[in-house]
Write a protein that binds this ligand. Structure first.
Ligand SMILES: NC(=O)c1ccc[n+]([C@@H]2O[C@H](COP(=O)([O-])OP(=O)(O)OC[C@H]3O[C@@H](n4cnc5c(N)ncnc54)[C@H](OP(=O)(O)O)[C@@H]3O)[C@@H](O)[C@H]2O)c1
Length: 328
């Protein structure tokens, strides 16, 4: 038996509860992992609250991330005792996920724990942090360098945003952080933000083109926020777009793209190829200051996850949440 959050269909929506599950009910997969730590991502919060149709089949154990120790493996790449990390691949959406004492998955979905991170630190990073790294890599791929000019991070006090600010500042970029929570200004400055901007300046419909300001941007919001960010990009700047915290719509014009040569680089973490994942984790090991990581995480026990999911969809969680499950 192991403890897990379980989402099941109900007449009116869904039931979510912390429950005991027999090992025999684990889904098919080549590797069984004892989960040491999981985490709460925005997508998990949407799944648990039922705010968006994330769950594709019921009953579902949510949790798009886990870090743990291999208990049994039919995959030659892994042996019992190996420390492994999982991010995405539809886990927690269509395959039972990481907010549980055990998980069973395809060995090809796992990556070995990246040194020098601990299992706990890997979940401090989680999909949000690994996506932040993919966004920074997208900016670099498109030629955005620290000397190119200021870069912007939206949703900065959230998970992706906090890690993106910390990485970009460590790499020497001048980072402006957009937040709807001015009370988090000191937190964002401690992560390395040079300037704090009020989200309200970005949330209303704007002009197709604004004064050129940003050489690069990481956007977690979508909606008018993304449209306004694109409008204020410098000539040949790049926006890495990964989220929809402000909405799925993209109410913009093509003006920034055809008149300023702006690149809109889409970032997906779920189906990201293995080589890019391994590269992102290697880069996190070199470009994310562990002290900054400690400053942006907090623990929430498995029995507090359902309440925390409600807070997260309201944008009230700061930084990253670690969910200790079995521990080290
Ligand atoms: N593409 C991918 O593979 C991928 C991977 C990970 C995450 N994501 C997406 O990225 C987004 C952020 O994820 P996360 O884990 O960082 O979530 P999070 O920790 O909940 O942070 C989201 C942040 O967005 C800001 N925000 C909330 N409502 C907003 C609004 N109406 N307008 C503008 N900003 C708003 C808030 O930051 P402030 O309080 O600082 O304003 C909030 O903290 C989500 O949409 C998530 O689904 C995508």
């Amino acid at each position: 038996m192991f403890k897990a959050i379980l989402i099941d269909k109900a007449d009116s929506g869904q039931n979510v509860a912390l429950t005991d599950i027999e090992d025999e009910r684990l889904p098919a997969g080549s590797v069984t992992v004892r989960v040491a730590y999981s985490t709460l991502n925005y997508k998990d919060a949407l799944a648990i609250t039922g705010k968006s149709p994330i769950v594709r089949s019921y009953p579902m154990v949510p949790g798009i991330d886990f870090a743990g120790v291999v208990e049994h493996s039919d995959d030659p790449q892994y042996q019992a005792g190996d420390q492994v990390v999982l991010n995405g691949w539809g886990v927690g959406e269509k395959h039972w996920g990481g907010l549980a004492g055990k998980a069973r998955v395809d060995g090809g979905w796992l990556v070995p724990l990246q040194a020098p991170f601990t299992l706990r630190q890997a979940m401090g990073i989680g999909t949000a942090g690994y996506t932040a790294m993919l966004c920074v890599m997208a900016l670099e791929r498109n030629g955005v360098k620290p000397e190119s000019g200021e870069v912007l991070v939206t949703g900065a006090a959230g998970g992706v945003g906090s890690v993106a600010v910390a990485i970009l500042a460590k790499l020497g970029y001048t980072v402006a952080a957009v937040t709807g929570r001015p009370q988090e200004s000191d937190y964002l400055k401690a992560l390395g933000a040079h300037e704090i901007l009020d989200r309200a300046q970005f949330s209303e419909p704007g002009k197709p083109l604004a004064k050129e300001r940003w050489a690069g941007a990481v956007d977690v919001a979508g909606g008018h926020v993304l449209a306004n960010v694109c409008a204020a990009m410098r000539y040949r700047g790049t926006v890495a777009a990964c989220g929809l915290a402000a909405g799925m719509a993209f109410p913009a014009t093509v003006a920034p793209f055809i008149l300023r040569g702006v690149t809109l680089a889409g970032v997906d973490s779920v189906m990201c190829p293995r080589a890019d994942r391994l590269e992102a984790w290697r880069r996190l090991a070199s470009d994310l200051d562990p002290a900054k990581l400690d400053g942006l995480t907090r623990d929430i026990a498995l029995d507090g996850v359902i309440a925390a999911a409600g807070e997260m969809v309201q944008g009230r969680i700061r930084g990253r949440v670690i969910v200790p499950v079995g521990g080290d």
